[in-house]
Design a protein around this ligand. Structure first.
Ligand code: DX5
Ligand code: ZN
Length: 219
């Protein structure tokens, strides 16, 4: 099963509820919510209040991607706001195992995120404890950046690690996913495709998501 997760970072925030409903009607599988604090990344977005508002307008799973320092301090609030999945950046969590446990204790499903330059070895001892590994294919902070090509090799290697250990861990990709890049990304073995500007910047969300799914299904 493959999932398309539109990132609301590129939605029209003045019409956020309608935007979320529109991508749900257009065939989105998850809603991806990018939380930025102006410290871990050079941009600021939103907190639990927006996640709670999104929770009220959709039945889809909400995938909260925390690009923040001191993530542990905020995990309970995002879980309470209705996050289905919460992912933390490996670079910001010194006690990653504890952060992952905390996400489960709060009733959400944990994921771990790697920046483009962070080696895969860092997930070795957490791989069986998370629902998914999110491979960043841009440097986090902004939508609309170009896909970093060597992310494909990283995904392939991660796919091998997961297969060798006979795990069910999913692979998520985030950054620069569009109609040109998605086929190669799917070939590399991705399960969850985050896309912000390519969906919310398109004229017809249904057509765009439909095209994504056609390209993924060819694999
Ligand atoms: C980047 C965010 C992404 C972003 C992707 O820091 O984590 O989720 O929305 O945007 P696009 O799909 O436009 O590259
Ligand atoms: Zn993201």
């Amino acid at each position: 099963m493959k999932y398309i997760a539109p990132s609301i970072l590129s939605a029209d925030f003045a019409r956020l509820g309608d935007e979320v409903k529109a991508v749900e009607a257009a065939g989105a599988d998850w809603i991806h919510a990018d939380v930025m604090d102006g410290h871990f990344v050079p941009n600021i977005t939103f907190g639990p209040l927006i996640v709670e508002a999104v929770r009220r307008v959709t039945r889809l799973p909400i995938d909260v991607h925390l690009m923040i320092e001191s993530a542990e301090d905020y995990i309970p609030a995002f879980a309470k706001a209705g996050a289905t999945y919460i992912s933390v950046q490996i670079e910001s969590c010194i006690h990653l195992n504890r952060s992952i446990q905390l996400i489960r204790e709060c009733g959400a499903k944990p994921g771990v995120v790697l920046n483009p330059s962070t080696p895969l070895q860092f997930v070795e001892w957490i791989l069986e404890l998370v629902e998914y590994v999110l491979v960043m294919s841009v440097n986090p902070g902004f939508g609309g950046q170009a896909f970093i090509p060597n992310s494909l090799d990283k995904i392939k290697e991660l796919r091998r690690m997961i297969q060798n250990r006979k795990l069910n861990t999913l692979i998520e990709i985030d950054g620069g996913v569009n109609e040109k890049t998605i086929s190669e990304i799917a070939d590399a073995g991705v399960d969850i495709f985050v896309a912000g500007s390519a969906i919310f910047g398109s004229r017809d969300y249904k057509e765009t998501i439909g095209n994504f799914k056609n390209k993924i299904d060819k694999n």
